[in-house]
Design a protein around this ligand. Structure first.
Ligand code: SAM
Length: 244
């Protein structure tokens, strides 16, 4: 049996209020189940070093939900590149059921965990894919099809630009979740973003609730098409980042 209320629920209630968003009890129950499954399976799948109800509530669930302060996810098709144990994509989907989400990771056992998790949470409108973003970016099924691509803790921004922007449809957005010192990364990625059909939008510096952790949400708008030839083959964006 899962606990009915505890530290996780308190953090989600207080934290969501502080962030100005409303989490229903029903959604908080889904986050409780997510937490229990993540904790049970963490060792087996090597998913996250963030453990405990307070840490997971703040640094995984609420951190993921911070994305809604810069974009409206309602009725959008979203891809989460390098999702790991589902962050930020799955908390966003729990918060905003009126979106379709594709969770992508290049590690098979993480994808196996996510498939099991999504089934046990009983959420519809979620797909899980074992793939590399570079491969998807040159595949007609995925190239320039997403309204929004999100990504957290996967690569430097100049590398992410090449693996994520090709998936975004013109007019859509790429939202990159970064730490407090994102300025240099943004500067180093400016040329790559432009080359790939993007335009740097606002960077939102936010403070996470309950504690003093800071984040930077970097918003990039897709203003044109990504030129043919990008993304380069898997591994190349990280080996020789564009604009370097
Ligand atoms: N986004 C999650 C989070 O914030 O907790 C996981 C972050 S983890 C540090 C980075 C993940 O990105 C890993 O699970 C890795 O397998 C995945 N990854 C790295 N490069 C990738 C690529 N080119 N395509 C798809 N997934 C990738």
């Amino acid at each position: 049996m899962f606990k009915l209320a505890g530290v996780l629920e308190d953090c989600l209630n207080a934290g969501s209020r502080e962030m100005g968003i409303r989490l229903s009890q029903e959604k908080i129950t889904v986050f409780r189940t997510y937490y229990e499954i993540l904790s049970q399976e963490n060792e087996k799948y090597n998913l996250t070093s963030i453990e405990g109800e307070r840490e997971v509530a703040v640094k995984h669930f609420l951190d993921s939900l911070a994305c809604v302060s810069v974009l409206d996810f309602k009725n959008t098709c979203v891809v989460d590149v390098g999702t790991g144990a589902g962050f930020p994509g799955l908390p966003l989907k729990i918060f905003c059921p009126e979106m379709e989400i594709l969770l992508v990771d290049s590690v098979k056992k993480k994808v196996a965990f996510l498939e099991d998790l999504v089934e046990r949470l009983g959420i519809t409108g979620v797909s899980v894919r074992w793939d590399r973003a570079e491969t998807m970016g040159v595949c007609g099924e995925f190239r320039e099809k997403a309204d929004i691509v999100v990504s957290r803790a996967v690569a430097p921004l100049n590398v992410l630009a090449e693996i994520c922007l090709p998936l975004v449809s013109p007019g859509g957005h790429f939202l990159s979740m970064k730490g407090p010192g994102a300025g240099e990364e943004i500067f180093a990625a400016t040329r790559a973003i432009e080359m790939l059909g993007g335009r740097l939008g606002r960077s939102e510096r936010i403070k996470l609730p309950i504690g003093n952790d800071e984040r930077t949400l970097v918003l990039i708008k897709k203003v044109g098409h990504t030129p043919k030839g990008y993304p380069r083959r898997p591994g190349m964006p990280a080996k020789k980042p564009l604009g370097g």
